[in-house]
Write a protein that binds this ligand. Structure first.
Ligand code: PMP
Length: 419
């Protein structure tokens, strides 16, 4: 008899965005790409903490660094005092990530989570420009607190605030509206000062929309956006909370587009071990905050710094990135195969890297496929405004065996869902 069952969650847990509804099991153990529930049933993880577990569960190297740190009674909480763990992370992030990519940014710790980095980005962009309006995009997801929610392009989520969230204009993401170029549309609104659109402080975007349907922007579109921003003195914020940290094959998702955003938001997998951590990278000329203008009790988690520093080892050579791209190619191949094999899904491939998905025209089918996958021991989530996309997000460290097993379960689940 397991020591714990679902009853306690069904009676006590809040129902707001609760994963215990889509994954009705009580989990107790995890390693790499696998999890086990209290009945010892094994699951393959194609969810990876919504992108927070890129290096897998209980990654051995990261775990050892944490155990050693704890055993030596090093600092765990220190507000934003200077600590060895914090300094080590900053040095390694500069040497391994920023310097080889010729990126010059000030690193700021905005608070523990993704929404904190978005809030800080919006705040600094407004302070720098003295402007208020922000351009965001349809189906964007940037977080659940008032500022980040106000740039989230999903009415159902925004309605949680109970009040109109103003100061954001949502433009169509690339290809969001058939036959409409969002680039031309944005330019038109900005050029026409009688459009009523105030010159914005910032544009904020995800290069691949994680929650909004795995829509991936092209390099060309990103370059055009960057050039509009330069032309109108708008700061470009790339929210790499989900698409960053290697998810799309390079450390930053925008690297193939060769753009240099003014502000970059990172969280989720930057903490390495699933520990809360967020970073805001700001071009040095925009670092204008006075001490105390942005702080918070938990904005420097030393345990997260320790795991994060160790995780950066994966980026010392190109091998990790190449490995992700090989696995991504296998995933793409699989998706193309199922689109051909199951025409009744009326499916379309979405995304890139190890952040891909299948958009289905048939209502509810994606959720059904995820349900069938769960029964067969695979965790997978839906994405998109109607949950029409089933989304493949395994840990980047997944091996050949895990990938094959996971994809086979998806194939079986599609067959079961179509019956
Ligand atoms: N930005 C993006 C792109 C995200 O995917 C998320 C979380 N799904 C957030 C911001 C918010 O992060 P958090 O849930 O840690 O506040």
């Amino acid at each position: 008899q397991p020591e714990m069952d679902m009853d306690i969650f069904n009676t006590l847990e809040s129902n707001v965005r609760s994963y215990s509804r889509s994954f009705p099991a009580v989990f107790k153990k995890a390693k790499g790409y696998k999890l086990w529930d209290v009945n010892d049933k094994e699951y393959i993880d194609f969810f990876a903490g919504a992108g927070a577990l890129n290096y897998g569960h209980n990654n051995e190297k990261l775990k050892q660094s944490l155990i050693k740190y704890l055993e030596q009674d090093e600092i765990t909480h220190s507000l934003d005092m200077a600590t060895v763990a914090r300094g080590t992370f900053l040095r390694r992030f500069h040497d391994i990530i920023l310097k080889p990519r010729q990126l010059e940014y000030k690193v700021m710790f905005p608070g523990p989570t993704g929404t904190n980095t978005v809030e800080s980005a919006l705040k600094i962009a407004r302070k720098v420009t003295g402007r208020n309006t922000v351009i965001s995009f349809t189906n964007a997801f940037h977080g659940m607190t008032i500022g980040s929610l106000s740039v989230t392009g999903n009415e159902a989520k925004r309605s949680g605030a109970g009040i109109p969230l103003s100061n954001t204009v949502f433009m169509p993401y690339e290809n969001a509206v058939e036959n409409v170029s969002s680039i031309k549309m944005i330019e038109h609104f900005l050029e026409n000062r009688s459009s009523g659109l105030d010159l914005p402080a910032a544009m904020i975007l995800e290069t691949v929309q994680g929650e909004g349907g795995i829509n991936a922007a092209s390099d060309q579109w990103l370059q055009n956006i960057a050039s509009i921003c330069r032309r109108f003195g708008i700061l470009l914020i790339v929210d790499d909370v989900q698409a960053g940290c290697g998810r799309t094959g390079t450390f930053f998702s925008f690297e193939p587009a060769r753009i240099k955003p003014d502000i970059i938001c990172l969280s989720k997998s930057i903490g390495g071990y699933g520990l809360p951590m967020a970073l805001t990278l700001i071009k040095p000329e925009y670092d204008i905050w006075e001490p105390g203008e942005h702080n918070g009790t938990f904005r420097g988690n030393n345990l997260a710094f320790v795991a994060a520093s160790e995780a950066l080892d994966y980026w010392k050579t190109d091998d990790f990135s190449k490995g992700i791209q090989t696995k991504a190619a296998e995933m793409t191949h699989f998706i193309q195969k199922i689109i051909e094999e199951y025409p009744e899904l009326k499916a379309e491939k979405r995304g890139r890297g190890l952040m891909q998905g299948v958009a289905c025209a048939k209502d509810e089918i994606s959720e059904k496929i995820c349900g069938e996958a769960f029964k067969r021991g695979l965790l997978m989530e839906t994405s998109g405004p109607k949950g029409e996309v089933f989304k493949f997000l395994p840990p980047l460290t997944i091996d050949e065996e895990g990938m094959t097993k996971g994809l086979n379960i998806i194939d079986e689940s599609i067959q079961a869902a179509l019956k």
